[in-house]
Design a protein around this ligand. Structure first.
Ligand SMILES: [Zn+2]
Length: 180
């Protein structure tokens, strides 16, 4: 298994704490990811949707338990899995986005595939001084010119993590990776 962290950044004007509408670990928040087959290198043409509440049984050859996605590579037929690991994300603060800083919002445990692209989709929220904003980020930005709140320069990236955490306390290990 290989672990990947999904990190995002954005320029938040008049807004703070950007995150999925139901919170970072909302069981029904859809994460849209593009996967690359680690066997043949093929990148799936369309985005796969994974969410914490949608679980499927792990194929027996990989052991027991559940994952959030089982997918077969269309080119080489290799089967891969993706499991979401909740509890390690943080909302994007106004200040981190301002300095170009990324925050981790989700961790994915992958077998056979590597996530290579993320699409934000429609259901996000952020806080202004006055109120909560729900927003569609599928176009890569959000603007309300009357109230002067903006989300621009939205970016996401996946980073491969080290994999020996199986032998360590998961929480402490993840803290040590990028220092929070
Ligand atoms: Zn393949």
């Amino acid at each position: 298994m290989v672990y990947f962290q999904l990190k995002i950044t954005a320029n938040l004007a008049g807004l703070d704490n950007l995150q999925p509408r139901g919170g970072l670990d909302d069981p029904d928040h859809p994460y849209f990811i593009k996967l690359q087959c680690e066997n043949c290198g093929e990148i799936t043409p369309s985005f796969s949707c994974v969410m914490l509440s949608e679980e499927v049984l792990l194929p027996r050859v990989y052991g027991r338990g559940t994952v959030n996605l089982v997918q077969k590579c269309k080119l080489c037929d290799r089967v891969g899995t993706v499991k979401m690991i909740s509890g390690f994300g943080k909302p994007l603060k106004h200040t981190s986005g301002e300095s170009g800083g990324y925050v981790r919002i989700m961790v994915f445990e992958c077998h056979g595939f590597a996530p290579v692209e993320f699409s934000f989709g429609a259901v996000w929220k952020a806080q202004s001084r006055e109120r909560l904003w729900e927003m569609d980020l599928s176009k890569g930005e959000f603007n309300d010119f009357d109230e002067r709140v903006h989300v621009t320069d939205l970016k996401a990236k996946f980073e491969r993590m080290k994999t020996f955490w199986r032998y360590h306390d998961r929480y402490l290990y993840l803290r040590s990776v990028d220092g929070w």
